[in-house]
Design a protein. Structure first.
Length: 286
């Protein structure tokens, strides 16, 4: 099986820190309107502990390093990731019980151990996933959707216990990933969907960075607006509000990314030194 080793991108730390700062100085209007300074100070701690809205950018380099370290023993790497996943809950309990470990640090480690499994699994099982996508019937994907929805609905506030909850979480995630792997290639046969997917796929960083800010604006503005008053308590709002806000956030993110790409400043999405190095390399090739 061919294993493709990912390369860590230190340039990710720039947008992580920059947009965490942008979030800190704007999101207080939603989370702490009475104490903006206190909220901004708390966000510094949250950013350091990788617990803010951009946490995934902070842990990606760690995932890259782990994958590179285990590239010669992929099966062992995946087994270790599974063990780390299973040990995430008791590890969090131990860290939370220790007065020497800050709560944010415990939660940050927990979040890392939970999601490392899926990154490592995607890395190690890449070829198998591609084969699955090519061979599986789309009914398998629909079955995955059904299992995912069933688990989500049945586990709302259920409180089955730590072990059962973690197994259900793993099953839920696996079913959702199976549905995506099988159905997305089938949907991409439609030219329009394929082109939209290509555009969105090349702008995922911008979408990820910008969408929390859009959501904050909507949360602050919507409840007291005329639109919010008109739709409050209606079925339309219950069913369509989340998809509508998602579409709005993606559209704004893509639009802003295009404006920055055309007129700048590019440092909003890439570290200045990284960009300068790319430009220098490009000129050298020419």
């Amino acid at each position: 099986m061919a294993i493709h080793t990912p390369a860590a991108n230190p340039g990710l730390f720039w947008p992580y820190l920059l947009w965490s700062a942008i979030f800190a100085v704007t999101a207080w209007t939603r989370y702490a309107p009475q104490d903006p300074v206190g909220y901004m100070k708390d966000q510094v701690k949250v950013t350091i502990a990788a617990m803010g809205p951009y946490w995934f950018i902070a842990v990606l380099p760690v995932f890259f390093v782990a994958a590179r370290a285990g590239r010669s023993r992929p099966k062992l790497l995946l087994a270790a990731a599974v063990l780390v996943y299973l040990g995430a809950w008791p590890l969090r309990s131990l860290m939370m019980a220790s007065e020497a470990v800050p709560t944010l640090a415990a939660e940050g480690v927990f979040r890392f151990t939970i999601y490392a499994l899926w990154f490592i699994a995607g890395y190690v099982l890449r070829e198998h996933i591609i084969v699955c996508a090519d061979r599986a019937h789309r009914l398998v994907g629909l079955l995955g959707v059904g299992v995912f929805v069933t688990i989500v609905i049945s586990t709302q506030d259920a409180g089955f216990g730590v072990f059962v909850d973690r197994m259900l979480l793993a099953a839920e995630t696996s079913a959702g990933l199976l549905a995506a792997v099988v159905l997305v290639p089938w949907l991409a046969r439609c030219d329009i969907i394929a082109r939209v997917g290509k555009v969105l796929g090349s702008r995922t960083l911008a979408i990820y960075l910008i969408h929390p800010l859009v959501i904050n604006v909507v949360v602050v503005w919507y409840p007291g607006s005329a639109l919010g008053s008109a739709l409050r308590g209606s079925v339309v709002a219950d069913v369509l509000l989340v998809p509508a806000v998602t579409a709005l956030a993606v559209a704004i993110a893509v639009g802003l990314r295009e404006l920055v790409k055309r007129w700048g400043p590019e440092w909003l999405f890439a570290a200045p030194r990284v960009r300068e190095r790319k430009l220098t390399t490009s000129h050298a090739h020419h």
